[in-house]
Ligand binder design. Structure first.
Ligand code: ACO
Length: 258
């Protein structure tokens, strides 16, 4: 799919770009922004087409819920009108089809920008994984997070398991996923699943303040620093120190060349 406006609209997505800030809105509030393959492909298309000068991506959901996860009609015999059908796990293309869905999530880690999930109401399953794919999460105080997949006989497969373990640690990730229980905003803050929790009416303002603060630093330094930080967990101290030296040299050389 391209990031063509009509195609995105049909997929339940809005994309607004103002200067260095892109805002992606899940826009299917009547279904609590339940997700479909076309929405995942649309998200991937947005990620592939963002202008180079975008520095912050805000991801939000219209209506009372951020996102209620996969459209459960995908599991019914009728499916969702206009959407591709779920492939059988014995179909040779099964894993490739999941890889296509995952590409709707992975682009949010791009060091070119900082991604922020603005979460009100429910973020369930595929929707929780979407929030986890963002670099930062700002939660309204009515937020409810739930990794529902194991309760439905599934594993979370939309790239959410790694950030969940990275953020809350393995024991808590096991407990949250294998009980499929709901975490409220207060607990999410304690578990570091939220950088900030604000009253629902202040969500937009809090996100705007965070965006402004992120835009106040140097663009090239911010991009290089995000890349460094993202690599840190997989590096030894020596490797990371070498990566810092290389990043500094590349950053300053690029500035001198301008
Ligand atoms: N798929 C399809 N339709 C949905 C979904 C969904 N995931 N979630 C909500 N809807 C629809 C409801 O069927 C309802 O439609 P209707 O008005 O035609 O009856 C409408 O959205 C509003 O939903 P309500 O349940 O009335 O809204 P409420 O605010 O009371 O509850 C909640 C919201 C908690 C999100 C509830 O809808 C819910 O539990 N949804 C299912 C969540 C789920 O199990 N998702 C799958 C997770 S696993 C994964 O994502 C891989």
């Amino acid at each position: 799919m391209s990031a063509d406006t009509a195609e995105l609209t049909a997929a339940g997505l809005d994309l607004g770009i103002e200067g260095a800030v892109a805002t992606v809105t899940l826009r299917r509030p009547e279904r609590r922004n339940a997700m479909t393959p076309s929405m995942w492909h649309g998200l991937a298309a947005i990620g592939a087409s963002l202008p180079d000068d975008v520095r912050v991506v805000v991801l939000r959901g219209r209506g009372p819920s951020f996102c209620a996860g996969i459209d459960l009609r995908m599991f019914s015999a009728e499916g969702v009108p206009g959407e591709e059908r779920n492939r059988s796990a014995s179909d040779p293309g099964f894993k490739d089809s999941i890889a296509g869905f995952q590409s709707g999530y992975t682009w949010l880690r791009n060091p070119a920008f900082v991604s922020i999930a603005a979460v009100q109401g429910h973020a369930i399953g595929a929707g929780f994984q979407l929030a986890l794919s963002c670099d930062l999460r700002v939660l309204a105080d009515d937020a409810k997070l739930c990794m529902k997949e194991p309760a439905l006989g599934l594993v979370p497969d939309l790239t959410g398991t790694k950030p969940l373990v990275d953020i809350v640690g393995l024991p808590r990730a096991i407990e949250l996923c294998l009980t499929a229980r709901t975490v409220d905003a207060r607990e999410a803050s304690q578990l570091r699943l939220a950088e900030l929790v604000v009253p629902l009416g202040e969500l937009d303002g809090a996100v705007a303040d965070l965006v402004a603060a992120l835009l106040s630093t140097d663009a090239a330094a911010a991009r290089a620093t995000k890349a460094l930080l993202a690599a840190a967990p997989g590096n030894t101290l020596e490797q990371q120190a070498a990566a810092e030296r290389a990043a500094q040299a590349a950053l300053l050389r690029a500035r001198q060349a301008r």
